[in-house]
Ligand binder design. Structure first.
Ligand SMILES: [Zn+2]
Length: 283
């Protein structure tokens, strides 16, 4: 491995939500009686981070504080960054501007009340953002966003909207955005233009993700990955949840997490990369 591979850090972010928050579950015909599906993966994630001296960012659906506040408190006490993944995990584009603002403001306030941290980072459910997104983020006290996936268009899903792969001022993404706000795009395979992370770890395998991380690092771009706790558990079968949701969830993803963290990067919180944004600009 070349030394250049380890000159940039990597980010492992966790979109902290339960299976019941996912659009796939919410739109399915069936239901499950199992509560907080995904919760049992959180100790696994925390142990894997601790064993490799890694710090992570947990973009958290703040609604889960009502049911399981201790989950978020434990994570924050361990020294990881808490960011917002909205209050209820609804798609922002399906809400009014006032409701969007409320999702951003409420989640930030509630997360700060249990963590004693300043909550400055945000990730949108399903990477679904609107024209007023950056303006609303600034108005509600955020400093960075990580809701851009600079991938090719994937029909019926997302993509094709952005090509910025480096951490930049949000104004580089949207000229009307506040310049002080940072956008931290999620990792995409150079040249191929498909995402490296989330579902794509399970579709293409962890070796694909690790190769993509190396290619980004060689370009001086910190790879920003994300996973969901519910991907690391054996999901209950629910009528109407698409088959793709079940592909390689459970043991495969628990191993994948450890493989990724064993790679020779310093894994840092997303806000650390945001603070060092100028280091990773177009050189
Ligand atoms: Zn989510």
């Amino acid at each position: 491995m070349g030394t250049s591979d380890s000159t940039v850090p990597a980010v492992l972010s966790i979109d902290l939500e339960y299976f019941s928050h996912t659009p796939a579950y919410r739109t399915a015909a069936g239901t499950t009686n199992e509560s907080a599906v995904g919760r049992e993966a959180i100790p696994t994630i925390l142990n894997a981070l601790a064993e490799t001296d890694s710090t992570a960012t947990f973009f958290t659906v703040s609604e889960m504080l009502e049911e399981t506040p201790e989950v978020v408190e434990t994570i924050a006490d361990t020294g990881h960054e808490i960011g917002s993944h909205t209050h209820t995990h609804k798609h922002l584009s399906e809400l009014s501007a006032a409701q969007r603002r409320e999702e951003l403001a409420t989640s930030r306030r509630r997360l700060e009340s249990v963590t004693d941290q300043s909550v400055v980072g945000f990730r949108a459910p399903s990477f679904d953002i609107t024209e007023d997104h950056f303006e609303l983020l600034e108005a509600t006290g955020y400093e960075y966003d990580s809701s851009v996936v600079p991938c090719r268009s994937i029909p019926g899903w997302y993509g094709g909207e952005y090509d910025e792969t480096r951490p930049v001022s949000a104004a580089e993404i949207d000229p009307t955005a506040p310049t002080a706000l940072t956008e931290l795009p999620v990792a995409v395979m150079p040249g191929v233009g498909l995402p490296l992370t989330g579902t794509w770890i399970r579709f293409f395998g962890v070796r694909y993700t690790i190769l993509g991380m190396r290619l980004l690092a060689r370009r001086g771009i910190p790879p920003v990955l994300y996973i969901h706790p519910w991907e690391l558990v054996d999901l209950p079968r629910v009528e109407g949840v698409p088959a793709r949701v079940y592909v390689r969830t459970g043991a495969y993803m628990r191993r994948a997490l450890r493989r990724i963290l064993a790679e020779p990067y310093e894994f840092v919180a997303a806000n650390t990369v945001v603070e060092d944004r100028v280091l990773y600009g177009r050189g």
